[in-house]
Write a protein that binds this ligand. Structure first.
Ligand code: HSE
Length: 430
């Protein structure tokens, strides 16, 4: 039987899961593909951890660069993660003519353009299914299963840590500070948890999907990110009573003027399927012209769910290794010379509906003032609701962000309103 020799770099959560799944399901996998996927070498700077996991069955090294140069390795699985040596390891592997599988969303989002160009030059594959939404096969869905379609938008819950935090805040009435520690303890958070809570991790994943969905370069630097650290318990509860669920959404949308690329807390109708995605689970909704809406749900983090995607990539590599480059799917789904440099819209020109919370003691006077200001800025009010002795919640129709911000400045200058307004974006996902 043909053999694929795999070298795994990084035996943390995902690396350990990949080793376990590959060894446990080796027979099942080879029955499917007719190739023996064999872990030939593993590298981890913690040799004790590596030896404990491999139990003498696989050669272990603490030198990642020795692994990527080893003649015993056909494909390098990069599971170091983050911004440290991963890029050098991957580029060296490519230079040495090795195929690469990675779960590193930061690496692909920031350096994917360079990495894919190097891979094309070297005639090797770089596969990254595990980089987006863990075990959900969304890269394959967008790049292959939905290839007949022109996509309108992709939106999703792309970070398990923040979804867990928001779920706990809603269900247990806890404040953000009370939940973040537990979220980290569960092991879903990034090494630097600010990547999770500030929306950066979700933006890494969103940027990758926007490139595949719309045939544009990876533009992480132009993504708008807003996290959940400022979310108040009050707004989660008010949203719920008004029929909405608060989620940290990544949204990328094709418009006449360019592409929206944004991550922020968002109120979505509670009867949308995505609204019931709770805890550390992820979901991605795709709106396409031929198939219409499709929805993908599953574990977005964790050892074996992420390993499931890593191993699926290894299977693709095993199947396509001997194939001509033209027979392999393009790394980002479009032929390299067909990628278009579509403009990313700044958040100021993005259109959205809004949830606003204002502090006002004389609520009928404040409501009258709010209606006047909104009319001046041509913003339709869908609802003004008195939520407590001091809280007024306003739900607006769709307007351009900069118009909403100007109206908010005018509202904050009113004598009937105290302090700053809370502003949250709303999406119908319809
Ligand atoms: N920190 C990420 C999350 C891990 O919470 O979703 C998976 O990418």
């Amino acid at each position: 039987m043909k053999k694929l020799n795999v070298g795994i770099v990084g035996l943390g959560t995902v690396g350990g899961g990949t080793y376990t799944v590959l060894t446990r399901n080796a027979e099942e996998i080879s029955r499917r593909i007719g190739v023996d996927v064999n872990v030939a070498l593993v590298a981890d700077k913690d040799l004790d951890r590596a030896n404990e996991l491999t139990n003498g069955k696989t050669t272990v090294t603490d030198d990642a660069f020795a692994l990527v140069s080893s003649p015993d390795v056909d494909v390098v699985v990069e599971l170091i993660g983050g911004y440290t040596i991963a890029k050098d390891v991957v580029l060296k592997a490519i230079e040495n003519g090795k195929h690469v599988v990675t779960a590193n969303k930061a690496l692909i989002a920031l350096h994917g353009n360079e990495i894919f160009a190097a891979a094309t030059k070297a005639g090797v594959m770089v596969a990254y299914e595990a980089a987006v939404a863990g075990g959900i096969p969304i890269i394959k869905a967008l790049r292959e299963g939905l290839t007949a379609n022109r996509h309108q938008w992709v939106a999703g819950i792309l970070n398990g840590t923040t979804n867990y935090i928001l779920t706990e805040m809603r269900d247990k009435g806890l404040a953000y500070q009370d939940v973040i520690g537990e979220a980290q303890r569960l092991g879903y958070a990034e090494a630097d948890p600010t990547f999770d809570v500030e929306g950066i991790d979700a933006a890494h994943k969103l940027v990758i999907m926007s490139a595949i969905a719309f045939g544009m370069p990876l533009k992480f630097d132009e993504a708008y990110t807003e996290g959940i650290t400022q979310i108040a318990q009050t707004d989660i509860q008010y949203a719920q009573t008004l029929g909405y669920s608060m989620k940290l959404l990544g949204i990328t949308k094709r418009t006449d003027k360019g592409v929206e690329l944004r991550v922020h807390p968002t109120l979505i109708p509670a009867d949308q399927l995505v609204a019931s995605v709770d805890g550390a689970m992820n979901a991605v909704a795709v709106q396409s012209d031929a198939v219409g809406p499709t929805l993908y749900y599953g574990a977005g983090a964790g050892a074996e769910p992420t390993a499931s995607a890593v191993v699926a990539d290894l299977v693709d590599v095993a199947r396509l290794m001997g194939a001509d480059e033209s027979e392999r799917p393009a790394a980002l789904g479009y032929q390299v010379d067909q990628v278009q440099d579509i403009a990313v819209l700044p958040i100021e020109v993005v259109e959205s509906a809004y949830y606003l919370r204002a502090n006002a003691t004389d609520q009928s006077a404040a409501s009258a003032d709010i209606e006047k200001v909104m009319a001046e800025y041509k913003i339709a009010i869908k609802q003004i609701v008195q939520k407590s002795a001091s809280d007024l919640v306003i739900l607006t129709d769709v307007t351009v962000e900069k118009n909403m911000d100007a109206a908010i400045a005018a509202l904050e200058a009113l004598p009937t309103i105290t302090g700053k307004l809370v502003k949250l974006r709303m999406e119908a996902l319809g």
